[in-house]
Design a protein around this ligand. Structure first.
Ligand code: PEP
Length: 244
């Protein structure tokens, strides 16, 4: 379960409390791992200390260049240095700021080079009855993973996040998600063959304590990407508990 905190909370103190609450909740839940993805300023502090096999950390974004004159940016290597093991790539909130498939691809390649596991977020903005959205979706998937050597696939995670479902309380029906998981694997069989089927797909978009379990059971996903519910300690604990 990936907890995308977005630009919350406001203080390091609150961030530490949230991580502690997540760890406490996980003591009662077997078989679930959480990746906490906080704002980058909190990463070093929240990730240090006793290693916890159930909790790891990720960055919300990093630049694809290793070093250089990129004011305001942080590199993959720098994120790794402050405790990240994962990095979100191509989240719709970043695509909305202009991030292209070409850039997400460069970030995927750079993340792998820096020893981070990229979580490539893909999803259509909306749907039309003729299914034209599928073409743009397929390009996000295909172009996002271009130039990735087959032997690196084990370090790749895909998150299916339909943009129309993000930020609310109603996730799509699990069968809709299941279809997209099949489609993602089908798209990736062209460049990668059967190895494509081993890439884990997560679902993200309005997952809450009610929908989490059924999404795992019936949506054919191997995990969840949770936004606003992950910054509410009580609700996130209930969500984790529901997966036990
Ligand atoms: C997200 O931002 O990736 C997300 C899934 O958000 P939410 O859970 O709030 O829909």
């Amino acid at each position: 379960v990936v907890a995308n905190w977005k630009m919350y909370p406001q203080t390091l103190r609150a961030a530490k409390e949230l991580v502690s609450a997540t760890k406490r909740a996980l003591t009662k839940v077997a078989g679930v791992k959480v990746v906490v993805v906080p704002p980058s300023t909190f990463l070093r502090e929240v990730s240090k200390g006793v290693k916890n096999a159930k909790v790891s950390y990720g960055a919300q974004h990093a630049h694809f260049e290793r070093v250089g004159a990129f004011t305001g940016e942080v590199s993959m290597q720098q994120m790794r240095d402050v405790g990240a093991a994962y990095v979100l790539v191509g989240h719709s909130e970043r695509r909305a700021m202009g991030e292209s498939n070409e850039e997400t691809n460069k970030q995927v390649v750079a993340a792998l080079g820096a020893g981070l596991k990229p979580i490539l977020c893909v999803g259509e903005w909306d749907r039309d009855e003729d299914g034209e959205y599928l073409e743009g979706f397929a390009r996000q998937v295909r172009e996002g993973l271009a130039n990735v050597p087959k032997n690196k696939l084990k370090n790749i995670i895909i998150a299916y996040e339909p943009v129309w479902a993000i930020g609310g309380e109603k996730a799509p029906e699990p069968h809709v998600v299941h279809e997209m998981v099949l489609y993602i694997h089908k798209i990736l069989m062209e460049p990668f063959g059967k190895a494509a089927l081993t890439i884990p797909v997560l679902y993200g978009g309005s997952v809450n304590e009610e929908s989490a379990r059924v999404m795992i059971d019936e949506g054919a996903v191997q995990g969840l990407l949770v936004g606003h519910v992950s910054i509410d300690a009580k609700r996130f604990a209930a969500l984790l508990k529901s997966l036990k």
